[in-house]
Unconditional design. Structure first.
Length: 282
């Protein structure tokens, strides 16, 4: 099953993606679930049945919003592919590197990634996002995959000079409209095993990042185990699982995203997240 949050004629709703149509299950289930996060918390009970009763809207008429516009938290895993660790010169570590992104820094599929007026060092980071379905604390690694509601593409776009102001990543990771998330959540039963799936980032059609998901240093189960140790994971929480090597900041010369560019993040079988790049208005 594929699920999205969208806006249509000024109304925000959520539903099932089927072929070239959006099935507006948010209307059918409005008395039970206020949004997709609430439906996920209920285990998506009744969603498949409601899709059969929902109005079908052409995808071309939609405004895509972040898959989960209002997660309780977004936890990002840094330096989680060996190619990226090496290009940054960082030492090997025993535990995942974690930083946070705020919900209001996100944007949707086909919506602009906005280069802020205080910087031109806007970088791409294609990643797999993991959406938590079953809450939990101290989740054992062996049980971690059972806590996943689904997966989505993510572009953890970074304002590198602000990221470099200190040893903390937070400022450069939280400018408005820089965290692209979409187009949809795909449930684990539809996506299947992760390790052999290819992650690719393209800038104006040119491949700039590529890796297999199985090349993560800390796999998804380990990420869930670790994150649930220091915080309780809630339904709708997002773990952004890390980017491979090839980021623009480590190229010579650096390759920054600029207004007029298009950037795509594709995860094999899952889908393609596409965003134009624009400049922030003065």
């Amino acid at each position: 099953m594929r699920l999205s949050t969208i806006s249509h004629q000024g109304r925000t709703t959520w539903g099932v993606i089927e072929g070239e149509h959006f099935l507006d299950t948010g209307v059918v289930l409005a008395s039970r679930y206020r949004d997709l996060k609430a439906a996920i918390a209920a285990g998506l009970a009744g969603v498949a049945e409601a899709a059969g009763q929902a109005a079908a809207l052409p995808l071309a008429e939609l405004q895509w919003l972040p898959v989960i516009p209002n997660p309780d938290k977004i936890l990002c895993i840094g330096l989680n592919y060996e190619t990226h660790r090496k290009e940054t010169g960082r030492t090997e570590v025993e535990h995942p590197t974690i930083f946070a992104r705020y919900a209001n820094s996100q944007t949707g599929h086909l919506a602009p990634i906005v280069r802020p007026r205080v910087s031109v060092d806007l970088d791409f980071e294609g990643e797999l996002a993991v959406i938590i379905g079953k809450p939990g604390r101290y989740i054992p690694r062996a049980e971690a995959m059972g806590h996943i509601a689904g997966y989505a593409c993510y572009n953890d776009a970074s304002v590198r000079d602000f990221q470099r102001h200190t040893h903390q990543f937070t400022p450069g990771k939280n400018f408005m409209d820089t965290g692209a998330f979409g187009p949809w959540l795909m449930t684990p039963d539809e996506l299947g095993p992760l390790p052999a799936l290819r992650l690719q980032t393209r800038l104006n059609g040119q491949v700039v990042q590529e890796a297999l998901l199985g090349q993560m240093i800390f796999d998804i189960a380990r990420q869930i185990e670790y994150c649930s140790t220091f915080t309780r994971l809630e339904a709708g929480d997002v773990i952004v699982s890390g980017t491979p090597g090839g980021v623009g900041a480590k190229r010579n010369p650096p390759l920054w995203m600029k207004p007029g560019d298009w950037v795509e993040v594709e995860v094999e079988r899952l889908g393609v997240l596409r965003n134009p790049v624009t400049a922030e208005a003065d």
